[in-house]
Design a protein around this ligand. Structure first.
Ligand code: NAP
Length: 475
């Protein structure tokens, strides 16, 4: 059951506005309308930039920014269940996962408050050179300017939090464009920020035609940084459109994990079953490619498959549901098509591969060649492949064999093997004896290769959204 349909307004210069045009937000599970939001276009986006620029003329001191951030964390805590229900209703995310997302967003705000209070430049050792001697120098860390933030549907609260909270910590005003399929959580978060005392103009939220809003944000010189989380197809185009602007990209992955024969196979099987299918695989670090050393292959599968088959499909609002719907029918059909393509090319479906009602069953494929889309592209659905290998060398080559590089993992009881893999896996993060889907919000998180060009996590995001200014004093 979805929550009662809510009607939201857009936030522009501290005012909640209507535009006369609306979009309906529908439950990906039942199709019922769960909310209604006005849509904005280029005009409102320009007004939002005006408001943000104006707001930044009067900087908010760090202690005020930190207080607001802490208050938002508190409000999220107080309204935890309501926020979780909103995420679940609009994204089709199982309620238990939605609750975790709210707790994580609280952490993102709390950690960002710490950054606001500790943001500082550094001393430059001027007497280290003859010409510098007799001078004192230090750097100031200053907000980069107005930030344009664009967020995806899959973590409609916490990935918005990863945009808004570090930007405020850095002292930047924001124009946010959340995903059209999931704007309700973002607007709820905006309400909490204003209730927490954020002055007008510091946050503006526009929902509407993506390329129209995106182009205004990218093309307007007053927007000094874009922070984008979403698909590479969109992200890299934005970066190409504005080669001189900071365009911070957090993009996709085809997440690999290596299971060595000496690993704790029971622990690996448990973590992989949970992390290949959580939110129906719609996480940028959902386990997608499992490489298992041949000596442990049958044993791992014997442990892994029953755990996958025990996952409960169903209504995301049901407390017991592990796997819900994909965000829309088009995505489900695409994922099914990729599975069929693999099957036609000789891959074996070990479990799943079919629909249960409208839901795609968790699917495990064997013998899927590296050239197939399920192996080298991001599936973003409840599908993983299992492939046997002989040597670590071979496993690392297979894991590195995509254009992506966000996170990878290895299960092994050998420290030497784990560290060798950590050095050679070409990814932004490597987890050892943990699924590569692991993220906690203070970590530096981001990719290499096609997966992006930045790191999020408040301490890193604040660095990306501030500029250093050198100050030199003649003594
Ligand atoms: P998406 O289609 O790229 O959409 C992301 C955001 O970009 C949405 O707000 C979308 O708006 C907007 N957008 C679409 N076209 C645009 C354009 N031409 N100009 C400006 N903005 C535009 O991605 P998604 O399907 O929502 O999310 C899934 C992807 O995000 C996956 O690839 C996943 O791996 C990646 N992801 C990465 C991370 C990370 O931290 N690395 C985290 C989560 C997800 P509309 O909704 O209005 O179309």
């Amino acid at each position: 059951m979805a929550t009662t349909a809510t009607e939201k307004r857009l936030l522009l210069n501290g005012e909640w506005i209507e535009t006369g045009e609306w979009i309906e937000v529908r439950s990906p599970y039942s199709g019922e309308v769960v909310g209604r939001v006005p849509t904005a276009g280029a005009n409102e986006t320009r007004r939002a930039i005006d408001a943000a620029e104006e707001a930044m003329r009067e900087p908010l001191p760090a202690h005020k920014r930190a207080e607001i951030l802490v208050r938002v964390a508190g409000y999220l805590g107080r309204r935890h269940e309501e926020v979780a229900q909103t995420i679940s209703a609009e994204a089709g995310k199982p309620l238990k996962a939605a609750r975790v997302e709210v707790a994580r967003a609280m952490s993102t705000y709390t950690m960002s408050a710490v950054q606001a209070r500790t943001l500082a430049g550094e001393m430059v050792p001027m007497d280290a050179s003859q010409t510098g001697a007799g001078k004192l120098a230090f750097t100031l860390r200053l907000p980069v300017g107005v930030v344009g933030a664009i967020s995806p549907f899959n973590f409609p609260l916490n990935l918005v939090a990863h945009k808004l909270a570090p930007a405020l910590a850095a002292g930047c005003a924001v124009v946010l464009k959340p995903a059209s399929q999931t704007p309700l959580s973002a607007l709820l978060l905006a309400e909490l920020e204003t209730e927490a005392g954020l002055p007008p103009g510091w946050l503006n939220v526009v929902v509407g035609p993506a390329s129209e809003i995106g182009d205004v944000l990218v093309d307007d010189a007053r927007v000094r940084a874009i922070t984008f989380t979403g698909s590479g197809a969109v992200g890299w185009k934005l970066a190409e459109r504005a080669p001189r602007k900071r365009v911070n990209l957090e993009l996709g992955n085809a997440t690999p994990v290596i299971v060595e024969a000496d690993a704790d196979l029971e622990a690996a099987a448990t973590k992989l079953a949970a992390n290949a299918f959580s939110f129906a695989g719609q996480s940028c670090i959902s386990v997608q490619r499992i490489y298992v050393q041949r000596a442990a292959h049958d044993d791992l599968l014997a442990r892994f498959l029953p755990k996958v088959e025990a996952l409960r499909l169903g209504d995301p609002a049901d407390e017991e549901t592990d796997v819900g719907p994909l965000i829309d029918g088009e995505s489900r059909d695409r994922v099914l098509e990729w599975v069929e393509e693999a099957r036609a090319a000789g891959a074996e479906v070990l479990t799943g591969g079919t629909l249960e009602g409208e839901l795609l069953r968790p699917t495990v494929l064997a013998n899927a060649g590296p050239e197939l889309r399920v192996s080298c592209e991001e599936v973003f659905g409840p599908v993983c492949t299992v492939t046997a290998y002989e040597t670590l060398e071979e496993a690392i080559e297979l894991a590195n064999g995509t254009r992506y590089g966000l996170q990878a993992g290895i299960f092994t009881s050998s420290l030497e093997t784990a560290l060798a893999a950590a050095q050679r896996l070409e990814f932004g993060g490597v987890t050892i004896n943990e699924a590569p889907s692991f993220r906690t919000d203070q970590m530096p998180y981001g990719g290499v290769k096609d997966s992006g060009n930045t790191r999020e996590g408040p301490a890193w995001a604040v660095r990306e959204l501030t500029e250093e200014r050198l100050v030199v004093i003649e003594l």
